[in-house]
Design a protein around this ligand. Structure first.
Ligand code: ZN
Ligand code: FE
Length: 238
């Protein structure tokens, strides 16, 4: 089962818990205190962290959680020097088992060079870190537009009903930009109506789905890497 909770200013924390084996993974470690509290109130014992990339709002809790719980940290090979406490590297294309599930690692560079996403087919869920956001995508801090375009294409190829767990609640601002790019898309308008309602009640817009993003997210709809690059630059200035 997947538990989602807000933390820091606009991050989401996620716990992946297998009741049979009792294993519990935190996807990234934005906020050690909050993650520990979320585990404690459910009686979960944290056993793993799956890091998507090395930014402080994703690895900030690594060491403190490792010290408290003695857990096992998995993260991207290319970012390994920058991921505190890392014990196992992944680079994309491999699978590992976690409790009752197989976890498929996808290399999704663009935001950082090592960025990985964790896809769990049996749960129909993918944890995408800062690669894909609801109605948006991550900034290109280290990678090229072509790399991010290919990373999004990799995600777009997952089954359409796949739930997408993004690491931030950026949807309202992303949607305003999306509407400036694609004003006549009725699926985007309907999506935004829903986002406005949810946010007015302080409810999450995450998870989204691959199908929803293909229908409405201008970054997922770009046909070429060149078009993608133009939209990404426009968003940086929006
Ligand atoms: Zn980041
Ligand atoms: Fe982030």
């Amino acid at each position: 089962m997947i538990i989602q909770f807000p933390c820091l200013s606009d991050n989401y924390g996620f716990l992946l818990h297998d009741p049979k084996t009792g294993k519990t993974a935190s996807i990234d470690a934005p906020d050690a205190q909050e993650i520990t509290a979320q585990c404690a109130k459910r009686g979960y014992k944290l056993s793993h962290i799956f890091n998507t990339h090395h930014h402080p709002d994703h690895v900030g809790g690594n060491i403190s959680l490792k010290e408290q719980h003695g857990l096992h940290i998995i993260g991207p090979q290319a970012d390994k020097e920058r991921i505190p406490g890392i014990a196992q590297v992944v680079s994309g294309g491999e699978q590992f088992s976690f409790g009752a599930w197989d976890v498929h690692v996808l290399h999704t560079p663009g935001h950082t060079k090592g960025h990985c996403a964790y896809y769990i087919p049996k749960l129909g869920s993918v944890f995408v870190g800062d690669t894909l956001f609801a109605l948006g995508c991550g900034r290109l801090f280290e990678g090229t537009a072509k790399q991010m375009f290919d990373s999004l294409a990799q995600l777009a190829a997952l089954p359409p009903e796949t739930k997408v767990y993004c690491a931030h609640e950026y949807t309202l601002a992303n949607g305003r930009f999306a509407q400036s790019i694609d004003p006549d898309n009725p699926k985007l308008s309907a999506y935004m109506d829903e986002v406005i309602k949810l946010r007015a009640q302080n409810l999450p817009t995450v998870p989204t789905t691959i199908a929803k993003e293909i229908a409405a997210n201008p970054f997922m709809r770009a046909k070429t890497a060149e078009d993608f690059a133009i939209i990404r630059r426009a968003k940086d200035r929006f």
